[in-house]
Design a protein around this ligand. Structure first.
Ligand SMILES: Cc1cc2nc3c(=O)[nH]c(=O)nc-3n(C[C@H](O)[C@H](O)[C@H](O)COP(=O)(O)OP(=O)(O)OC[C@H]3O[C@@H](n4cnc5c(N)ncnc54)[C@H](O)[C@@H]3O)c2cc1C
Length: 383
């Protein structure tokens, strides 16, 4: 693994940073104050992201994407993640899993997602099935050539502005009576689908989650992604990498919080000295910097392993766990260093701290990551 970035990678980093500075940061305050992202602003940022070549940079060149490998994509994600998620997400990318499209699905879903004409969202979670996805009740039944879908998904990010959903649903049970899952592409503006308001969330203002109800929703037989009953396998192939996205954005927000705390430590005076002169403060900085460095290295190693095709579930889980928990600690300590001002909305720390909370929950909770890691340690020993 090469520790120096190439000239192209530095260019990519600088392009992303410049985009964040010019197009995203200025809108953070509006988002914080209104908890709302106006449609015109969404469209404008998306247009600029397409022009800058950032949109769909993860997607294959032959279908019009940017063709970045996982390592370079992680660099882009990390630096986009510096900004409020609701803004950064616009400049982002279609879900990796769409690369599983075959046949007519390529022209109907994959290509329009890459050009930005059609937006995707992804729906796995249900009111009674979060960590235990196999317990999902949403089901798809074959009727002639079609699939008929019934059920409810909740916590679905950005469904209100999406055109279609990558939907996981039960398509039967195995011999042990366990749910078998399959993955479908479902247009959201069709009969039998209702996108309803979700919940108000303390993290990531302006980033909307929805409930989606499917009521005898009929879709063509071809709209299945991958093989019937192989939804879990599909998740493993395509969705492990999304844990690194969470890790990447966590690292850059921790760096942002750290820089604020460092600056404060070097300038805020109490008892006639800058507070950074007190070990009670400076040792916090030392621990924060060390943890950020460790998180960065784990992140880059995991991204590199995706390209090498050697990333294990354990690697992805460790990286997500460490980077998100590190962000929680760093943002909390940064507030401590800034004292009362740390909690005021005049500086973005209280927001980074609030936003940090969700990272230990979505894309698999910290407990689920620990479960994956510990199983991979113990299983070979038969325990
Ligand atoms: C704002 C927001 C947006 C989201 N966007 C999406 C989206 O776009 N699409 C989507 O499909 N999902 C989305 N999610 C869902 C997210 O991935 C789930 O919230 C997450 O997987 C946890 O599920 P849960 O909230 O139902 O918690 P639960 O699974 O009910 O867990 C509750 C607690 O029990 C613990 N627990 C559960 N099982 C175990 C176990 N075996 N061992 C130890 N502890 C355990 C958990 O760690 C947690 O602490 C989103 C969530 C939020 C909050």
């Amino acid at each position: 693994m090469e520790f120096n970035f190439t000239e192209e990678q530095n260019l990519l980093i600088n392009t992303t940073k410049a985009f964040v500075k010019a197009e995203l940061l200025q809108h953070e305050e509006l988002l914080e104050k209104t908890n709302n992202l106006p449609k015109e602003l969404y469209d404008e940022i998306k247009k600029k992201s397409i022009e800058a070549g950032l949109y769909a940079c993860n997607m294959p060149v032959e279908h019009g994407g940017g063709g970045l490998n996982a390592f370079d994509l992680t660099l882009v994600e990390k630096h986009l993640g510096f900004a409020s998620l609701a803004l950064a997400e616009i400049a982002w990318r279609p879900q990796n899993i769409l690369m599983a499209c075959e046949g007519e699905l390529i022209d109907e879903y994959l290509k329009p997602a890459i050009t930005g004409e059609r937006k995707d969202c992804i729906a796995m979670t249900e009111p009674e099935a979060g960590s235990d996805l196999r317990g999902m009740k949403t089901n798809a039944k074959k009727d002639g050539d079609d699939w008929v879908i019934n059920g409810t998904k909740h916590f679905i990010s950005n469904a209100h502005i999406s055109d279609f959903v990558v939907l996981f649903a039960s398509t039967g049970t195995d011999e042990q009576g366990r749910n078998l899952l399959s993955c479908f592409l479902v247009d959201l503006h069709q009969k039998g689908v209702e996108v309803a308001k979700g919940y108000d969330c303390v993290s990531h203002r302006g980033y909307v989650n929805n409930v989606i109800n499917f009521n005898d929703c009929r879709i063509p037989g071809k709209n299945i992604l991958g093989e019937k009953d192989k939804g879990f396998e599909l998740m493993n192939v395509w969705l492990e990498a999304t844990r690194l996205t969470v890790a990447a954005t966590s690292v850059s927000r921790a760096e942002r919080a750290f820089d604020i705390a460092l600056d404060w430590s070097a300038n805020r005076k109490q008892f006639g000295k800058v507070i950074g002169k007190f070990q009670g403060v400076s040792f916090k900085l030392a621990d924060m910097a060390t943890n950020i460095k460790a998180a960065n290295l784990m992140l880059l190693e995991s991204a590199w392993k995706i390209d090498e095709k050697t990333l294990s579930s354990q690697d992805a889980a460790m990286t997500k766990l460490f980077c998100t928990e590190m962000l929680g600690k760093v943002s909390d300590e940064a507030i401590q260093i800034c004292g009362g001002m740390g909690l005021m909305s005049d500086i973005p720390l209280e927001r980074i701290w609030r936003d940090a909370r969700i990272e230990r929950i979505w894309e698999g909770t910290s407990e689920i990551q620990r479960h994956i890691i510990s199983r991979s340690l113990l299983r070979p020993l038969g325990a």
